[in-house]
Design a protein around this ligand. Structure first.
Ligand SMILES: *Cc1c(COP(=O)(O)O)cnc(C)c1O
Length: 369
């Protein structure tokens, strides 16, 4: 039998989160962000399951777009950072992908590529994040230059919010205003909002919203939980207890022996580690869910295993299912315990972890999956 570790992906929760996007941004089309293997959830499965709920998809690069197109996904697929090498331009044109152009270098590549079939692009400008995008004052020039190509059509203008997770940040109003001023002279489609924009900044919604993390059921906002917003977790990362030990007071656990038992106690070994994408920096005490209650991890996370505290879980035994994150322990909570964000741990679930589609089985204490 293979190692007992799996990521359950609940499409009902995904659909419910997308309904929330619709409710919050009723006037906007939805560009579902499915980059990085749909934040670790499986890009093709996710894209298929939300087909009727979204208006397009966004990925980081052409390989991710190819994966979707090859699987028969027919809606518009946006390449959020355009293309990286000239030969991609023809492939993009043939497939009908929509590159988001952000630099003069990319425009030069289009000039040289002598595009001979219709190529639809969007243009990204920088409204304050200072990552990628043209300076706002160059947008008119960029559109002119693209307009000089008979087969190239610019359909939209995009920018990205830097601080939307913070409801108190005044930077958002500045970015939203600059976005409005920059796009006003043109009648192209407009897109500014990520998940945090969808949840907290209605004026950022514009023609297209670009939700990522909220679709997967994690909060995009500082200081607001999934429950506050009404999001349902989509991924549950699960494993099982594969060994149980009675340790003595003073016994040390794991690499480096960092954790020392303060009393005689039972501990369990769980078959999940950083080789599966569980964050190695999660400290002792980071919660897991066993038999209907929380337990803390102990000592250092290793590649294939971790140890958990079974004090107060006298019935726990080999074979018990352990939820590392999911319905009972939010990925956000594990991430913050490990000093990172939900995005990183979700997209970091490795390829050796099978994705299983469906809702979790009914919650029976100590159930064996
Ligand atoms: C990743 C990404 C998004 C989605 O961001 P979330 O915070 O996950 O909603 C939106 N727009 C761009 C340009 C992105 O790169």
């Amino acid at each position: 039998m293979s190692r007992p570790v799996w990521a359950r992906v609940d499409f009902n929760a995904l659909h419910s989160n997308l309904q929330l996007v619709r409710t919050l941004a009723p006037g906007s089309a939805i560009m579902a962000v499915v980059k990085a293997n749909a934040y670790g959830h499986g890009a093709v499965g996710v894209a298929r399951s939300i087909r009727s709920l979204v208006d397009g998809y966004a990925v980081a690069g052409i390989d991710e777009a190819e994966e979707l197109a090859s699987a028969g996904i027919e809606k518009q697929i946006f390449l959020l950072s355009g293309f990286h090498e000239r030969p991609e331009i023809n492939q993009i044109g043939e497939r009908g992908f929509i590159p988001v152009i952000h630099s003069w270098e990319q425009i030069q590549q289009i000039d040289i590529a002598s595009v001979s079939r219709q190529l639809t692009v969007w243009v990204k400008f920088d409204s304050g994040m200072h990552r990628i995008g043209f300076p706002p004052e160059q947008v008119a020039g960029v559109l002119d230059r693209l307009g000089s190509h008979a087969h190239v059509k610019c359909a939209g203008l995009m920018s990205h919010l830097a601080c939307a997770d913070d409801r108190k940040s005044a930077y958002n109003d500045l970015q939203i205003e600059l976005f409005g001023r920059t796009t006003a002279p043109f009648d192209h489609s407009r897109s500014l909002a990520n998940s945090a924009g969808v949840c907290a900044w209605p004026r950022s919604h514009q023609d297209w919203v670009r939700p990522g993390i909220m679709m997967y059921g994690c909060t995009p906002l500082l200081d607001e939980t999934e429950n506050d917003i009404g999001l349902r977790p989509v991924m549950s990362l699960c494993s099982k207890i594969i060994a149980v030990h009675r340790l003595k007071r003073g016994d040390r656990i794991g690499y480096g022996g960092d954790w020392c038992c303060p009393e005689d106690m039972r501990v369990g070994v769980v078959a999940c580690g950083y080789g599966d994408g569980y964050p190695r920096h999660a400290p002792s005490g980071t919660p897991v869910w066993i038999r209907g209650q929380r337990a803390g991890i102990l000592g250092r996370v290793s590649m294939d295993m971790m140890t958990v505290d079974l004090r107060g879980l006298d019935e726990a035994e080999i074979g018990d299912v352990v939820e590392l994150w999911g319905k009972h322990v939010a990925a956000t909570e594990v991430a913050s315990s490990a000093g990172t964000i939900s995005y990183e741990i979700l997209s970091g679930v490795t390829s050796r972890v099978p994705r299983i589609i469906g809702e979790p089985p009914p919650r029976v204490p100590g159930h064996r999956a």
